[in-house]
Design a protein around this ligand. Sequence first.
Ligand code: AMP
Ligand code: MG
Length: 356
Amino acid sequence: MRAERPRRVATKRIRVNPREPEREAIEEAAKVIRSGGLVAFPTETVYGLGADALNPDAVSRVFEAKGRPPDNPLIVHVADPEGVYLLASEVPPVAERLIREFWPGPLTLVLRRTELVPTVTSAGLDTVAVRMPDHPVPLELIRAAGTPIAAPSANRSGSPSPTTADHVMRDLEGLIEIVLDGGTTEIGVESTVLDVTVEPPEVLRPGGLPVEEVERVIGRVKVPEWARGLGHAPSRPRSPGMKYRHYAPRAKMVLVEGRPEAVRSKVEELVEEYCSRGLRVGVLATDGKRYEGAITLDLGSSSDLREVARSLFYSIRALDEMGVDVIIAEGVEERGLGLAIMNRLRKASGGEIVRA
Ligand code: AMP
Ligand code: MG
């Protein structure tokens, strides 16, 4: 972790129309990017914290503002598929097929990098992570700035990712120049990160694009245990984010996994136990369930995981703000977006997992 304190700046919040962002707002933000400053913006996944990906000083400021360990590389965002050839020295045929099928969209590809990519951006790795977001604000910002934009999620390192401009302000006000406020993000979890430098390609982080969709196009990919949020990454992790407790609320968090009926009674039992110890309890539930004695937030229907993904980080932050001591989360089935949701819940709980 860096010793120096991040410099303080006034953060300007600018409201933008997410479908047709205003020219002046984009120009103002692009000027900040070009001069090495930091701009947070909505994407279709979560809010990103952007800097000129080719300017090492600007990228260093992203690490400082987030308090992000320098060995955790950033995703570089491009405004059109051809942008990848500037950053990647090799784009294998599987990558080209995925780009054709899923860009713009929530799929990040890890590729061998060119010399153009600064060491800080890729955290010293010989690879670079690239994606083209499906959102007019970052697309126009990248075009106006005339440079690819490195952007991790716009939260303090370790916190839940931001899905609104309020979340960004709470974490980063005073540390970044501009927040473009384009409302709530659509998908709610980060992109799927796929390493296509290995055969078969390997999922480093499940995310907004279900693995089943990827496999429909290129056949089987590998999903290691640790990418599901279980156990530890290998000793030389290629997705160093795996090493840390992540997406975590201030409150202690417990995840309950198992068959739906069993989960329900286990959660009831835990709520009773924590309440009897005088603790304030919050529950992240699905399908409109209520738990007596706890503040219950409904994430949505377990048969439409898009809804659950969209409300996940928002609800974790909301329970924190209500000052609960413990958050108990119901697990969901690990298919489709469920893989990304379970990865986030397992990492947010820091391994406090109860089998129902
Ligand atoms: P975030 O900071 O939330 O946007 O997450 C970015 C994710 O992409 C983290 O899990 C990073 O570790 C991963 N990532 C970025 N660049 C690379 C890379 N070159 N190789 C492997 N993983 C990467
Ligand atoms: Mg992040």
